[in-house]
Ligand binder design. Structure first.
Ligand SMILES: Cc1ncc(COP(=O)(O)O)c(C=O)c1O
Length: 428
């Protein structure tokens, strides 16, 4: 049952799994690799995509589907699927519509792992990319497109540069070239921004972050808005708009329509062949996180804002990036796209560069050094020596990540305690 007319808070708690009379209140963890059928004909229909149902957990599992349905409702999409990680979600989102010879336009200000995926791994697969500054003009963005461009990619709030994507600008450019906009919405989550409402076609998540929110389970999700008209651009998307011989000649866009084609193809082909499924156990943990997402996000934002304001006023801090600060370059975009705040992640540059950053981080008592963000517990990291170490100084600069930058992810602790911790670590 859809909870379409209920508020986001109610959807966080109740969407997805709606038990019937006498059924378990909690989402059942279907810890089974396979599913039993009475006849080969029954099973054959599943393989022909003539009936919906489960046959093997490498492709689909009911626990995952309950949670994916909740995320689809939260984002305002028509279909969704869970993947083993956020990396897998972004790879699937792009590879579901790109192939050797395709081209992607991507914002240069994105997570290091996604940059590497696009710039190195997809390139090895014959998919080229042009990176554009998120601040580029409409003309510059337009000029990045090629005849073989198949997708545009950006992050609502970029990790770790904290740039805010002008989703409408990127959507307009993508649509005028007949391709979809894919937006990674990991940092704000649908509680603080729903990119589909601004024109995004596909939304991705590292559910490892706020959606889980407790550092318990790596995972990813893809959501289809159901709005992109693949058939209107059939020449660009043969995988969706021409018969798939591996499924008896089904044409996904014809059989499943705008609402279902993208996720059905992604499940039937990419999950079948690449198998990056989320474990049902992790999907269960993810759902526990989703149940309190609407309660946790405002607290992460409150702590992020307080820490950003403290750091901005500190004499040892050269620069603070936090879209919630009126001085921030992205404040106007944040007011538009993130009216209730963005996230609890703040990045800042200390006077004294790398060395100062290292000695500061060593002194912290509450904030731990972790390759992680968006957790209930505050953590911090120096991207240049960790997540972004594959980028050279020029690329780091282009992505807005100076070598001495520290990223702090404000958890759910008391904000005064967090500020006291930072204050003692910054003291002489
Ligand atoms: C914005 C964003 N997208 C994708 C990813 C990759 O997600 P995962 O670590 O779950 O593979 C991350 C990881 O930090 C991220 O921050």
């Amino acid at each position: 049952m859809s909870l379409e007319n209920y508020s986001l808070d109610t959807k966080c708690v109740q969407a997805g799994y709606r038990p019937g009379n006498g059924e378990p209140r909690q989402i059942p963890i279907v810890q089974s690799t396979t599913f039993k059928y009475d006849t080969s004909e029954d099973m054959g229909k599943l393989f022909d995509l003539e009936a919906s149902g489960y046959f093997y957990t490498r492709l689909q599992n009911p626990t995952n589907d309950y949670v994916a349905a909740k995320i689809a409702e939260l984002e305002g999409g028509t279909a969704a699927m869970l993947t083993s990680s956020g990396q897998a979600a972004n790879f699937f989102a792009l590879f579901n519509i790109c192939e050797a010879g395709s081209h992607i336009v991507a914002s240069s200000s994105i997570y290091g792992g996604t940059f590497n995926l696009i710039a190195v791994t997809l390139k090895k697969m014959g998919i080229e990319a042009t990176f554009v500054s998120p601040d580029c003009t409409e003309e510059e963005l337009d000029a990045a497109f090629q005849e073989n461009t198949r997708a545009v990619f950006g992050e609502t709030i970029a990790n770790p540069a904290l740039t805010v994507l002008d989703i409408e600008k990127f959507a307009k450019a993508a649509h005028s070239h007949g391709v979809p906009l894919i937006v990674d919405n990991t940092f704000p989550t649908p509680v603080n921004c729903r990119p589909i409402e601004w024109g995004a076609d596909i939304v991705t998540h590292s559910t490892t972050k706020y959606m889980d929110g407790h550092g318990a389970a790596v995972g990813g999700a893809l959501v289809d808005s159901g709005k992109f008209d693949w058939m209107a651009h059939a020449d660009k998307f043969p995988g969706l708009c021409t018969p798939d011989e591996s499924y008896h000649g089904i044409t996904y866009a014809e059989k499943f329509g705008k609402e279902g084609a993208f996720i059905t193809k992604c499940t039937a082909q990419l999950m079948r062949d690449l198998g990056c499924i989320q474990s049902p156990q992790n999907a269960f943990l993810l759902n526990l996180g989703l149940e309190s997402l609407h309660v946790r996000m405002p607290k992460h934002v409150e702590n992020g804002q307080a820490v950003a304001e403290f750091l901005e006023a500190h004499p040892k801090v050269v620069k603070v990036n936090y879209p919630g600060l009126p001085s921030d370059r992205y404040h106007e975009l944040a007011k538009k796209y993130l009216p209730n705040g963005g996230c609890g992640v703040v990045s800042f540059e200390l006077a004294g560069g790398r060395a100062a950053a290292e000695s500061f981080m060593k002194r912290l008592k509450i904030a731990a050094i972790e390759t992680h963000v968006a957790d209930a517990r505050t953590c911090c990291l120096n991207p240049a020596t960790s997540t972004h170490r594959q980028m050279n100084d020029e690329q780091l600069e282009a992505a807005g990540i100076p070598a001495g930058l520290i990223r702090i992810s404000c958890g759910l602790e008391n904000k005064e305690d967090l500020i006291a911790d930072l204050s003692q670590a910054l003291a002489d």
